[in-house]
Ligand binder design. Structure first.
Ligand SMILES: Cc1ncc(C[n+]2csc(CCOP(=O)(O)OP(=O)(O)O)c2C)c(N)n1
Ligand code: SF4
Ligand SMILES: [Mg+2]
Length: 347
């Protein structure tokens, strides 16, 4: 056994678990698939945040990406839904038990094609939910057809040239009133991990559009969703380090201005700014930056937008502190007098 493996088995976090307790089954995806790298960062983020795996519930739709919840957090409950239907499944389950943290993995086909309607509506409801789109520009599972996020003019063997303009997941999330919008690249594991940690602490919908290359069907160097293009064009909005409340604040970057964003639950996202003085609370500026990035062909990564103050779906319905699925029959059944009062009001 290597030193690294021994350490990861023996070192435990604040809830007494080792990193191995957060892993899932061995992956069956292609070697080098970006989705595998994202699964590893979900494992690392949950371990570092000291989350008890049983407090998370996983969701997905259909696709290679949607298979990946099997490869992390095997101690958490998981629901593999129908194609494009992850949001309604998650809404129902989290409404039933709002004490669980919801984490969903979808694909660009699953969210930007068949599931676009569901995607848009879960945003405006502000469900407390981490919504990861593993975006590779193709339908990987069904052998590489263009998805709605593929760039116009992309040429793929067996598909020809894509004639359509692409859907931009981050843009759709922003105009759809998502309260947390971020973009990253599977080849940048540190940024992916920090963004997942921040998303897990957000009290509303957190959309992470992660460019995740399909090494089998869409990884030519000139393709926007490839490793080579991503590495060459990535422009980070800021260096990002998420620091939970109970950890000592450590800053590992040398220079530059710092900005602290206070989330609804008091936790913090610490941003180190590069030369551009970027404010992720400014929605209009976020839109302008995305538009400029598209024009200049930058892969803009980092926390693009956050609004920690919007009420979530659970706040809007003013649900009882005890989750609905744990209310006893006695508490669910109103007394005879209350029913009489309602009836009296109606007739
Ligand atoms: C209702 C329905 N229509 C079509 C399919 C076929 N199908 C399975 S996965 C998929 C696309 C998956 O693409 P994406 O979400 O991008 O995931 P990836 O495999 O690229 O990770 C399609 C069209 C299906 N399973 N169900
Ligand atoms: S076909 Fe593409 S998306 Fe699917 S597992 Fe292989 S590399 Fe990943
Ligand atoms: Mg895809």
């Amino acid at each position: 056994m290597t030193d690294e493996k021994t350490t990861s088995r023996t070192q435990v976090n604040l809830v007494g678990l080792s990193k191995a307790d957060y892993r899932g089954n061995p992956t069956t995806l292609c070697q080098g698939c970006g989705h595998n790298s994202i699964s590893s960062q979900i494992v690392a983020a949950c371990y570092e945040l000291d989350i008890t795996p049983e407090d998370i519930v996983k969701f997905s739709g259909i696709g290679c990406s949607s298979k990946s919840p099997t490869y992390f957090l095997s101690r958490s409950f998981g629901f593999n839904g129908l194609h494009g239907r992850m949001p309604s499944l998650a809404t129902g389950a989290l409404f039933g038990d709002h004490t669980l943290k919801g984490l969903g993995v979808s694909g660009d086909g699953d969210s930007a094609s068949i599931g676009m309607g569901q995607f848009k509506h879960v945003l405006r409801r502000n469900l407390r939910f981490v919504y990861i789109v593993e975006n590779n520009g193709v339908y990987g599972l069904t052998k590489g057809q263009f998805s709605a996020t593929a760039e116009v003019g992309l040429y793929l063997k067996g598909q020809g040239s894509n004639p359509y303009m692409p859907v931009d997941i981050a843009w759709e999330a922003l105009v759809g009133n998502a309260t947390f919008v971020a973009r990253s690249f599977a080849g940048d594991p540190k940024q992916v991990k920090e963004l997942i940690k921040a998303a897990l602490s957000h009290r509303g919908i957190a959309v992470l559009d992660i460019i995740s290359p399909c090494v089998t069907f869409n990884n030519k160097d000139n393709a926007v969703h490839s490793y080579a293009w991503g590495r060459e064009h990535e422009v980070a909005l800021h260096e990002l380090s998420y620091v939970p409340r109970y950890e000592e604040i450590m800053v590992e970057y040398d220079e530059g201005e710092m900005e602290e964003v206070t989330m609804h639950d008091g936790s913090k996202v610490i941003l180190k700014k590069l030369e551009h003085d970027y404010d992720p609370c400014n929605r209009a500026e976020a839109m302008r930056m995305l538009e400029e990035a598209n024009e200049k062909q930058w892969l803009l990564t980092g926390l693009i937008y956050i609004d920690p103050d919007q009420p979530s779906l659970i706040d809007i319905y003013n649900l009882s502190e005890t989750p609905l699925n744990r209310l006893t029959e006695k508490r669910l059944r109103p007394p005879r007098e209350s029913i009489q009062q309602v009836n009296d009001l109606m007739f």
